[in-house]
Ligand binder design. Structure first.
Ligand code: ATP
Ligand code: MG
Length: 421
């Protein structure tokens, strides 16, 4: 019997695992200075958590969730996204009870039943942020800026920020009526999903992956013609601030985002490079005025985004943006009899305590295989311990690059190598 990983999942090993952790480390570093606090929530939730927040017309809820009954007949779902879980945690633990705005981030695996292809997996990882407590164009811009800084820090340049507003509740109500009037005469040109969206949530049609390039969508009414004065003013402030911050952007009047909870500002960073990932979103987010309220909580607005970590990894690999991720070997200890092996193990431990990467041979006592090992591992220093070294308490230390060899008293070795490094 041969075992294979589940379709749409990945193993990360060797340098791929290092790339993954490198991205995570860099993200955490940037984000710390913005005051985002980590929230770690369960991988699965009661199914309702996602249905109530993401909306029952979103692609995620209608088609992509890994939902199952547990042995107690509870409907559970592997989390497809982070926002709903963080909102649930925020409410359940009354994190709103203390004063001030709340800035959170999460990092971890998400699960969606999608057709696997380049940059699209069934298990993938998201890094995301959520800020609760304030409705402000400046906060929206700070959120966008933090994502932009993460990209900068990782060296990713070939990306484009697309931004739009989908207005406040009143703007969206008028827009939905206009869209229904418009699509009424074009229903036969839409896919089956969009026919369903037409009645339930016509704005969702604009986010359709099947229909998006069709003329009927390109010519559809634009939200910008239905914005209330407040919504217009809000968006103007966002755009003016982005200009001032020197963040390049492009207004995309058809950008509406796939989840139901968004209001006002929505944005995506998309890959703008001539490769198989071109056009894919690498980070997406927006503001949500009513999500917490609709979820049964107090009237607290939020704003946030989520990054696809694998997509970040894909683009960084194709652009050659990773530094060397090798763990270079500092010291290899060669030992020539069993007693020396014990001494080697002890010395290795002491060197490791000093922050050095140390290996030794656990089996061979002769020189030849151990020098072969040295050729393969390419250490900076080789230490040789044999019977005579033990008796005189002086070990042989070889500087591999300079081809120098000296004998040093055992108790001075650690300091010697530390100073050299
Ligand atoms: P898309 O339009 O590509 O389907 P989405 O709108 O469904 O993306 P979000 O729910 O906003 O995506 O998730 C935020 C980010 O998570 C996306 O911009 C993308 O980078 C990443 N992402 C989403 N789905 C997948 C997936 N199946 N595999 C890998 N990354 C994904
Ligand atoms: Mg999707």
């Amino acid at each position: 019997m041969s075992y294979q990983k589940v379709k749409g999942t990945q193993d990360f090993y060797n340098v791929e695992a290092k790339k993954f952790r490198y991205i995570e480390k860099e993200i955490r570093q940037v984000i710390a200075n913005y005051g985002f606090e980590e929230v770690i929530t369960p991988i699965f939730e009661n199914t309702d958590v996602f249905v109530r927040t993401s909306g029952d017309t979103s692609d995620i809820v209608t088609k992509e969730m890994y939902t199952f009954l547990d042995k107690g007949d509870r409907s559970l779902t592997l989390r497809p996204e982070g926002t709903a879980s963080i909102a649930r945690c925020f409410l359940e633990n009354k994190l709103y009870a203390t004063p001030g705005i709340k800035k959170y981030f999460y990092f971890g695996p998400m699960f969606r039943y999608e057709r696997p292809q380049a940059g699209r997996y069934r298990e993938f990882n998201q890094f995301g942020v959520e800020i609760y407590g304030e409705s402000s164009p400046y906060l929206d811009c700070e959120v966008i800026l933090s994502a932009y800084k993460v990209f900068n820090n990782l060296g990713i340049k070939k990306i484009k920020l697309k931004i739009n507003t989908i207005g406040d509740f009143e703007s969206r109500k008028q827009y939905a009526i206009a869209l229904q009037n418009y699509f009424k005469n074009h229903l036969d040109e839409l896919c089956d999903d969009c026919k369903n969206r037409y009645t339930k949530n016509p704005m969702r049609i604009l986010d359709c992956k099947v229909d998006s390039k069709k003329e009927v969508l390109v010519n559809a009414p634009k939200i910008s013609d239905f914005l209330t004065i407040e919504a217009k003013e809000y968006f103007k402030n966002v755009i003016d601030t982005l200009k001032y911050l020197n963040i390049p952007y492009e207004i995309d009047p058809n950008l509406v985002r796939g989840l139901d909870y968004y209001t006002d500002t929505v944005f995506e960073f998309i890959i703008d490079d001539d490769n198989e990932f071109k056009g894919l979103a690498i980070c997406a987010g927006g503001r949500y005025a009513d999500m917490i309220k609709n979820f049964g909580g107090p009237d607290i607005p939020g704003v946030g985004y989520a990054f696809g970590v694998e997509r970040v990894m894909n683009i960084m690999t194709s652009e050659n943006l990773f530094p060397s991720l090798n763990n270079d070997l500092d010291v290899l200890i060669i030992s020539l009899d069993d007693e020396s092996k014990i001494a080697a193990l002890k010395l290795a431990d002491e060197l490791r305590d000093e922050g050095m990467y140390v290996e030794m041979d656990y089996k061979n006592n002769s020189l030849k295989p151990q020098f072969k090992l040295a050729d393969r591992l390419n250490p900076q220093y080789i230490i040789i311990i044999g019977e005579s070294e033990r008796q005189t308490n002086t070990y042989t230390v070889k500087d591999v690059q300079n081809k120098q060899e000296i004998k040093i008293a055992k108790e001075k070795i650690i300091n010697f190598i530390k100073e050299k490094k």
